[in-house]
Design a protein around this ligand. Structure first.
Ligand code: SAH
Length: 356
């Protein structure tokens, strides 16, 4: 019999299972606390539970976690990148950043990525699999344990497309924000998507108070489809329509991410077109100077052009900031997380486009 992934269960679900096993009701909260507050990675760590019961639990449940395979600390000491090994031997990366207001972790939601954005390293090795909720949670728990700090903010901006793993990601959000677990408020969580339109509508219905970030990167279909294959399926007009509905349903401001790729999407004309597109929307634009990496044909915009682009948006009434890049020296910046092991059976993005 295949074991149940216990860390992906809600407290409610665990309580039901515990009752079915004929155990005392308090056991559910006890085990849940070990899994989600104390970050246990095995039943043997649960020392206030009898050996007999631990054996019973481990024959029925598996605890999926993250083992630290490698840890890199930025020489500026504000960023740590982890390479985590999963139970099946796959690898993912997570980044912890230190800000004035506390620690933020950038978590991965998939092993690899099938979105195929031309400027992003996460897409290079293709797609292997989606992560279970427990594996997304474990990145937070393992980093907290290793660094001996409390993480207060989460960004779903690591490897993978969160909305392409919708059920496991929303379950992750429910568990991490629950008062019985780490209790990280939704307002301290950001989720970034390349724009899977139907899932944006679905997320709007959840009415989470998180910050939705949209990776826009171009103000029109012609350019966006060239650098982001997902746009061929969900064009800019449909994406913005979904964003307006998201704002209406949740009353939350949307954050648009715009990576500035030198001489590709950073012209004055692009800035004006972008300002026109977003006029009157409850939003914020986050400009990201492109991070370069070996295989990428794209270059960072010049500092002058970044300033001009920002100025044009600002003059046109758009709320805009330029993202400060952390962890560049350890390849931990936006778009630099990548598949670390040649996947067995991992598929490349199909030539004809995406199937999302
Ligand atoms: N798949 C999601 C989550 C990844 S978030 C998404 O696309 O939003 C990572 C952010 O970094 C995205 O906005 C992504 O477009 C951006 N990014 C990717 N490659 C980059 C690069 N080379 N330089 C700067 N930002 C990049």
């Amino acid at each position: 019999m295949e074991k149940t992934d216990i860390r992906s269960m809600t407290l409610q679900e665990l309580s039901e299972d515990v009752a079915l096993m004929g155990l005392e009701p308090f056991r559910a909260a006890q085990i849940y606390k070990w899994l989600h507050i104390r970050g246990a990675s095995s039943f043997d760590e649960m020392t206030d539970i009898s050996k007999d019961l631990r054996r019973q639990l481990s024959s029925r449940f598996a605890i999926f976690g993250c083992e630290v395979e490698k840890k890199q600390v930025s020489e500026y000491n504000n960023t740590v990148k982890y390479l985590f090994r999963l139970h099946d031997g796959e690898f993912i990366e997570s980044v912890v950043m230190k800000y004035k207001y506390g620690y933020t972790i950038c978590v991965s939601t998939q092993v690899g990525c099938k979105m195929g954005c031309g400027f992003c390293a996460s897409t290079i090795g293709g797609f292997v699999r989606s992560l279970a909720s427990s594996e997304i949670l474990s990145q937070v728990y393992a980093a907290q344990k290793d660094m001996n700090v409390r993480i207060s903010h989460i960004v779903l901006m690591g490897m993978g497309e969160p909305l392409d793993n919708f059920n496991n990601v929303t379950r992750f959000l429910d568990i991490i924000s629950n008062p019985d677990g780490l209790n990280i408020g939704m307002r301290n969580i950001s989720l970034s998507t390349c724009g899977i339109v139907p899932k944006i509508y679905e997320l709007a219905k959840k009415d989470y108070q998180l910050t939705l970030s949209i990776s826009l990167h171009a103000p029109n279909d012609e350019l966006r489809s060239k650098i982001m294959p997902v746009n061929r399926r969900y064009p800019v007009s449909e994406l913005l329509k979904a964003c307006r509905e998201y704002i209406r349903a949740t009353n939350r401001r949307i954050s648009f991410e715009y990576t500035l790729l030198g001489r590709v999407n950073d012209s004055d004309g692009c800035a004006k077109e972008l300002a026109g597109l977003l006029k009157g929307m409850l939003c914020h634009v986050n400009l990201i100077p492109a991070n370069e990496f070996g295989e990428s044909p794209f270059r960072r915009s010049t500092d002058d052009q970044i300033k001009r682009f920002c100025g044009i948006l600002s003059k046109n009434g758009i709320n805009v900031t330029v993202r400060r890049s952390l962890g560049f020296d350890i390849d931990a910046s936006c778009g630099q997380l990548r598949l670390r092991q040649q996947p067995r059976g991992g598929s490349k993005v199909p030539k004809g486009g995406l199937n999302v």
